[in-house]
Design a protein around this ligand. Structure first.
Ligand code: FEO
Ligand code: CA
Ligand code: CA
Length: 631
């Protein structure tokens, strides 16, 4: 019954195969072959239906050496099975999938790759978004454990799939969030085993549902008739952090874990909009846990797809699903305190043709007071980008959508957003707020369906505005400035900071914007984050074939962008078949922690242990050899 993802396919590609968007007849693929790169560099040229709107930085010529504002020597792309950083920098592994959190934890077993019990007492798999919190002098590294590669964690099984109840237990325990105390001894960051803060949150941990959807009929299940308490969080992708000391884990592809034991079951249109089907993506959780069987618990998927707030200072605290922030395939949650104290959260919904959202709290953040429930009450908006570089936030409410309640608006945020005419985007990934001015950036990773197919809700995806390339292979980063530098204003202006591309292969729009050349090219920007100096760190989750459209790009990587000049330079290259995702700094800013996710997802890596060891997702620490501050 279960359809298994061939590991040669990305989740994006797999989702498209099993969950195809409606076909558009007569809509021809727009290919901009006519455009010369030279003309493109002049900017403002029409491509298909779209005028390219690039920021002045993307259009301003610069000389990589002479104008460089960076204090490192950029590195070339490579395809090595290791991490590469610039001269004068070093890296070390801090945590790996399966590392012990407590003395009672079993050491990672490269043969069996762990059991349910060992995994429950160890670092989760596939670390993604993360933050370092310092509480009473204790450094807590908190990271999402997004998903598992079945071919890696079940390598001990002939089928490379879960075969026993304990295999499912192991898989569920490998998901969620890990809180681990780390300590620097000399130059080396180490795990503090048995720290009172160490904690695993998994797909089975109790959660409280809060906000407008709490207790709504759509959230009630046989196990929880109150609709207020769910179990577990999974597929946590990007993250956020609040100034009141909490961590936000964002639930992304939650749909891939549900299936139906009754193959004749027909999921509702609402479930379909979120990609929930009778078949899961190979995790097989429903075989051991009825919660994941939609024919028995059709409301269970409505209890996932939220931003989950976690208080790392109290390992006994119950994480809260903040429904006011909407239910969709959350990437990260970028929290900004507006100058008047309102909490503004910017969020992307990572699927082809989905939307960018904004939450504005009703209450205000006041340092030192009780800010605990600010994310429970406020207004939810979705972005509309106009071709004249203006944009507006459209409120999602019963009034604007015709839906019955704010609870329903939040639970079916995608459907609400479609009703108000939001702009379909090229897979919104991380959002990052400039630390020194009111300017927000969002990575639009790629969208092969742009100009070809509507989104899952039937909304058209025209080649227009900040999504200016049909069949967008490479991705771009859009940015916007709220009117009056006020994040609660409903008006903004936008442009593109960069369009990724390959100028060694293409001489049209797919060559990328002016600030892309043969030396800094990349594809699929995903994780983005600002350092304290206002430099934008860009991580990629792209194609690493290093050939054809992706020739010369090498492995996935991390670059740093100067948002004033447009200059972008490569700072780090990851090992084979990894994605670089998740970034946070130590309290003294002398260490930057970087996530290396799923090295060897197709079988060609032994990072970080080397020959004969299992490939393991890891968090690495990058430091400067002279001990100075990074970023
Ligand atoms: Fe988990 Fe959109 O990346
Ligand atoms: Ca991502
Ligand atoms: Ca991605």
């Amino acid at each position: 019954m279960t359809k298994i993802r061939n590991e040669d396919l990305s989740f994006d590609e797999f989702d498209e195969i099993i969950n195809p968007g409606p076909e558009v007849t007569g809509f021809e693929r727009v290919v901009e072959k006519a455009l010369s790169r030279r003309n493109f560099l002049g900017g403002g040229l029409a491509i298909g239906a779209s005028a390219l709107v690039l920021g002045s930085t993307a259009l301003t010529p610069f000389s990589a050496k002479a104008a460089s504002n960076f204090n490192f020597e950029p590195i070339p792309a490579n395809t090595l099975d290791t991490v590469t950083v610039p001269k004068g920098y070093s890296w070390q592994v801090v945590t790996k999938w399966g590392d012990e959190l407590w003395s009672k934890s079993a050491p990672f077993d490269h043969e069996t790759r762990g059991t349910g019990e060992s995994q429950e007492l160890a670092i989760g798999d596939n670390n993604d978004g993360m933050s370092l919190f310092t509480i009473d002098g204790h450094h807590l590294l908190i990271s999402n454990n997004e998903y598992t590669n079945r071919n890696i964690i079940y390598d001990n099984r002939e089928s490379k799939l879960p075969e026993t109840a304990d295999d499912i237990r192991k898989g569920k325990a490998a998901h969620g969030v890990t809180v681990v105390e780390v300590k620097q001894d000399g130059q080396k960051w180490n795990i503090v085993k048995d720290s009172k803060y160490n904690r695993r949150i998994t797909a089975d941990s109790p959660m409280e549902i809060s906000g407008p959807a709490r207790g709504h009929d759509l959230l009630k299940t046989s196990a929880d008739p109150s609709g207020t308490q769910s179990l577990g969080t999974w597929n946590n992708c990007g993250n956020g952090r609040t100034p009141w000391g909490t961590y936000l884990a964002c639930e992304e592809n939650f749909n891939g874990y549900f299936s139906s034991s009754d193959e004749n079951y027909t999921p509702s249109d609402e479930l379909k909009r979120y990609g929930v089907k009778n078949e899961d993506w190979g995790y097989a959780w429903a075989t051991e846990d009825e919660r994941f069987d939609i024919s028995k618990n059709p409301n269970e998927p409505n209890r996932a797809g939220y931003v989950v707030e976690i208080d790392p200072s109290d390992p006994t605290s119950t994480p809260k699903k903040r429904t006011a922030l909407g239910r969709f395939k959350h990437e990260n949650a970028e929290v900004v305190i507006n100058k008047d104290g309102h909490v503004v959260v910017y969020m992307g919904d990572d699927e082809r043709g989905e939307f960018i959202y904004r939450f504005v709290s009703k209450g205000k953040f006041v340092e030192g007071s009780d800010n605990t429930n600010l994310l429970d009450d406020g207004k939810l908006y979705v972005a509309k980008f106009n071709n004249d570089q203006s944009g507006e936030w459209l409120e999602l409410s019963p009034d604007t959508t015709g839906m019955k309640s704010q609870a329903e608006v939040c639970i079916h945020a995608r459907i609400a957003a479609s009703k108000v005419g939001a702009t379909t985007m090229d897979r919104p990934e991380w959002v990052a707020s400039h630390p020194k001015k009111a300017e927000i950036y969002c990575a639009l990773t790629n969208n092969k369906n742009r100009g070809k197919k509507p989104n899952a809700g039937g909304d058209e995806t025209p080649v227009t505005g900040p999504n200016p390339r049909a069949a967008n292979l490479y991705g771009q980063i859009v940015r916007w400035r709220p009117e009056g530098e006020n994040h609660t204003s409903n008006a903004f202006s936008w442009d593109l900071f960069v369009m990724a591309g390959n100028p060694t292969v293409h001489n049209d729009a797919y060559a990328g914007s002016k600030n892309i050349d043969a030396h800094n090219m990349f594809n699929a920007p995903d994780g983005i984050s600002f350092d304290n100096n206002g430099k934008l760190w860009i991580q990629t989750d792209g194609k690493y074939s290093n050939k054809d459209d992706f020739a010369g790009m090498g492995n996935n990587q991390m670059l740093i962008g100067d948002t004033e000049t447009g200059e972008i330079q490569r700072f780090l290259v990851g090992p084979k078949e990894c994605e670089v995702t998740g970034i946070t700094w130590s309290e003294d800013r002398k260490t930057v922690f970087v996530g290396i996710q799923h090295p060897g997802e197709k079988g060609d890596s032994t990072f970080p242990g080397g020959a004969g060891t299992a490939p393991r997702s890891a968090i690495i620490a990058v430091t400067k050899d002279d001990g100075s501050v990074i970023g």
